[in-house]
Write a protein that binds this ligand. Structure first.
Ligand code: GLA
Length: 389
């Protein structure tokens, strides 16, 4: 699949520009096992890069003109790298120029380039295609123009592009996972310090399966930013009552419960979810390390109910997919994944029954919502990389 994507992107580059690309880069999407909506709340997360990629075919130009071709959308955008770069209407362009805008301050030469990119990461499915695009761009420019950026800087540049050019006040998890991914490893990331450790992604006799609800509710951006504001308000009140608290990291569930009558119901629920989710992550890592996949699955399922009932970032379609999946004896854990309001659920399914479970859910989803469910049996793969040069 990766080879096909590279061939397809290269062929299109050649067809459009009558020359071979000088560089090929790959940037993956990500999953997250557990630790949802805690990257911006000073928690730990457990993501991994997956074998779904954006492929970039690039050549340098003689002048300062840049041409971007989003092959899958059949759209193109041209600009001059000397221009002042500002957000534009097309979101996919913003992810790219949001990165270039920062790189110009970090020594990017005023040299043009031509890019054709194509992707196997479904868009808007909660698999961070935007982070893959941002980090792929930063990585490519870093290699091509010898900018000497560290991997951490590349991830941070991707995140900032999302904040400044896409208007989503995201955490660092997606970009970090896309850049730092390693084959068959999950990343335990401390979102406060960005210290990280790789853990073996051995799910024993289970397989990770993603069910793509194929819905994308419009409050994706606004809902996300609202949650950030709500937890910020909550934390300020917690700190006022417990001066020893510096972040959600050292705030306990007991403290939040003691403020039930002080916090509004919504803010209370949001904060309760955050402290509970932060507590679940180390338990999940331990379960994974011990090969106790049942326990890991149970924790993931608890995360779902927290996200759905307390944090309220799920939607009826994803709730349905989780309930249906958990109705199957061979599924030991299921939850919505990523920012929410649509996208994918992540499921831990007994290997030999995977196809059967996929079939059942596809049928049930079609009957309930008249939507063709997509299922991805993903593999954990390496992060952003250069291909073949
Ligand atoms: C989105 C954001 C991440 C993270 C997740 C929720 O994917 O980009 O930073 O907050 O949602 O865990």
């Amino acid at each position: 699949m990766k080879k096909k994507l590279i061939q397809y992107t290269t062929k299109n580059f050649e067809k459009l520009f009558q020359k071979k690309p000088e560089y090929i880069f790959l940037s993956p999407g990500r999953i997250n096992i557990i630790g949802e909506h805690v990257d911006y709340n000073d928690g730990f997360v457990l993501p991994a890069a997956i074998n779904k990629y954006i492929c970039f075919a690039i050549s340098e130009n003689e002048n300062s003109e840049c041409v971007l071709v989003a092959k899958d959308l059949n759209e193109a955008y041209s600009f001059n790298i000397k221009d002042q770069l500002q957000p534009v209407e097309k979101m996919w362009v913003n992810y790219i120029i949001g990165v270039l805008h920062q790189l110009k301050e970090k020594g990017l030469p005023e040299k043009g380039f031509t890019i054709v990119f194509s992707s196997t990461i479904p868009m808007g499915a909660g698999l961070s295609s935007s982070a893959a695009l941002e980090c792929g761009m930063a990585y490519a420019m870093n290699k091509m123009f010898h900018l000497k950026l560290s991997k951490e800087e590349i991830a941070r540049i991707g995140q900032k592009a999302e904040h400044t050019f896409a208007g989503v006040n995201c955490g660092i998890m997606d970009q970090f996972a896309s850049v730092f991914g390693k084959k068959n490893k999950v990343i335990k990331l401390d979102c406060t310090t960005l210290a990280y450790e790789y853990h073996k992604a051995d799910f024993k006799e289970y397989q990770l399966v993603l069910f793509d609800s194929c819905v994308k509710h419009t409050h994706l951006t606004s809902g996300y930013n609202d949650r950030r504001n709500e937890v910020e308000q909550g934390l300020a009140i917690i700190k006022a009552n417990y001066p020893e608290v510096t972040s959600f990291r050292n705030c306990t569930e007991k403290m939040v419960l003691s403020l039930k009558n002080t916090l509004s119901e919504i803010i209370f629920n949001r904060c309760l979810f955050v402290v509970q989710e932060i507590e679940r992550v180390p338990l999940a890592i331990k379960a994974l390390s011990n090969g106790n996949i049942n326990q890991l699955g149970e924790l993931m399922t608890k995360t779902h109910y927290g996200l759905s009932e307390l944090y309220e970032v799920s939607c009826p379609e994803m709730d349905f997919l989780v309930t249906e999946a958990l109705g199957e004896a061979e599924v030991v854990g299921a939850r919505m994944m990523g920012g929410g309001f649509g996208g994918c659920t992540i499921n831990v399914v007994k290997k030999e029954t995977t196809d059967n479970v996929i079939q059942k859910l596809t049928k049930a989803y079609k009957i309930k919502y008249n939507i063709d469910l997509k299922a991805y049996k993903i593999k954990i793969a390496k992060g952003t990389s250069t291909y073949g040069i």
